[in-house]
Design a protein. Structure first.
Lengths: 119, 336
């Protein structure tokens, strides 16, 4: 059960990162914190390679900024290519969620999970 | 960051850059900078009552080992190869290209050690020079200061006696106090000189020990690296030679069995001649029948050894191929 949940979050991690970066630019630690709050606990050894891959694909752009912290930070922002990719992934996710919801509806499991959402 | 914490980050980044040898230069540089920036960001949020060094170690552990992190980074780059250093005998089936690349990396590592050794030696020489200068200066102070003031003190005593200190003369009292202060000053400078000598001596001893430690470490690492690579090279040459021999024998056996028969006879003849030579040199009696049997047995043993060598080559090649396949399979899920 835990393995399935882990695989599910792993699969959705790329989309989660793109959605967060669509709000505003973020640096690595900020992304990790926001992902953790959103229910995607992720380690540094996972997030930075993913950001590097997205950067290589042109979905995100990175720049070094020396701000109030005093040391340089690498900020990531979503590019046009990244926006298109995020849009595509969101459509695929909605189709998937809709298919699953159709399957769940009408079964005895229909009400489960809604209590957690309400909380 | 404290020096100990900085040392942890530096060591992590050194291993990371080494493991990213196959990556573009900007990836190597920026990955290391990113690690350092991440550590500083985490530390700025507080250490939660932990010692800073332990906090930094925990932060770095979040990346995994430098080699694992490098593999994860490289797997995300298209077309990049992971440059990892395998252990000696396990990778006995490596290609010549890998061997040459490894020798180049070994040369770079030895060059780094030599450079470190030279820098340490120069620092030691500088410290020696500082110590010698400090000692000479302290010696000069000792000679000039106390002796000179002793002369002044003796002169002062004479003056005190002349002005009649015992009779309560004020001038005599002032001169005595002034002389005492001068002696104290000279003693202080002399003592300071001794302290400088001791401090410099301690620094010299410290640098000497560090140099010896660096020498020992460098010697151990160099010898170990040379042995490992010699084993690998010997393994490749041995296996390659056996493979070639097996191919030749197998080819001849398949294509020209007469030649093989002739070769076996030649082997038997050579063994027999060797036995004759041994008999002649040692005087050990041996019948012709025994000689012929030994020659035959020798050629059979040789054929068996050759067959075993062929099987060994195949087995080792399979093990090397399988371990490479397993390692690349294990690296793929870790990257996700």
């Amino acid at each position: 059960m835990e393995a399935w949940d882990t695989q599910l979050r792993k699969g959705g991690l790329e989309l989660a990162v793109l959605l967060l970066l669509s709000r505003h630019r973020m640096y690595g630690l900020e992304l990790i914190g926001n992902l953790s709050e959103a229910g995607f606990p992720v380690s540094e050894g996972t997030i930075y390679p993913l950001l590097n891959r997205l950067s290589g694909q042109g979905a995100v752009a990175a720049e070094w900024v020396t701000g109030e912290s005093g040391h340089p930070r690498k900020y990531y922002r979503l590019t046009g290519t990244g926006s298109e990719l995020a849009g595509r992934l969101v459509r695929q996710w909605n189709e998937f969620a809709s298919s699953m919801a159709t399957l769940v509806q009408g079964t005895r499991f229909a009400g489960q999970g809604k209590e957690a959402q309400a909380q | 960051m404290k020096p100990e914490s900085q040392a942890l980050v530096r060591e992590f980044n050194r291993r990371l850059r080494s493991a990213l040898a196959g990556a573009p230069n900007h990836v190597r540089v920026e990955s290391a900078l990113e690690v350092e920036s991440h550590v500083l960001d985490m530390l700025s949020r507080g250490t939660a009552d932990l010692p800073e060094t332990e906090m930094v170690a925990r932060i770095l552990a979040g990346f995994g080992s430098p080699e694992e992190y490098a593999r994860a980074l490289l797997d995300q780059l298209p077309g990049a190869e992971t440059a990892t250093v395998g252990s000696g005998l396990r990778d006995v089936g490596l290609s010549l290209g890998d061997l040459l690349r490894g020798l180049f990396r070994l040369g770079l590592a030895m060059g780094r050690q030599v450079r470190h050794l030279l820098v340490t030696a120069l620092k030691l020489l500088w410290q020696l020079a500082v110590w010698v200068y400090g000692t000479v200066r302290a010696g000069v102070v000792w000679v000039r200061g106390p002796l000179g003031n002793l002369r002044r003190w003796l002169t002062l005593r004479g003056k005190v006696a002349w002005y009649g200190l015992r009779r309560g003369s004020n001038r005599g009292r002032v001169l005595a106090v002034a002389g005492g202060r001068k002696l104290q000053g000279a003693a202080g400078r002399g003592f300071g000189g001794v302290v400088t000598m001791v401090r410099s001596g301690i620094r010299v001893a410290e640098w000497t020990l560090r140099t010896l430690r660096t020498l020992l470490l460098w010697s151990y690492r160099t010898v170990r690296a040379v042995l490992l690579w010699t084993l690998r090279a010997a393994g490749v040459v041995f296996i390659g030679g056996l493979a070639l021999l097996a191919l030749l024998v197998g080819g001849f056996t398949a294509l020209a069995p007469d030649i093989v028969g002739w070769w076996v006879q030649v082997t038997q003849y050579n063994i027999a001649r060797t036995l004759d030579e041994i008999r002649y040199q040692t005087g050990v009696p041996m019948s012709d029948v025994a000689r012929a049997e030994l020659a035959h047995t020798g050629s059979v043993v040789f054929a068996v050894v050759l067959t075993v060598a062929v099987l060994l080559v195949l087995l080792l090649g399979y093990i090397a191929w399988n371990s490479r396949r397993r390692r690349s399979d294990a690296a793929r899920p870790a990257a996700q």
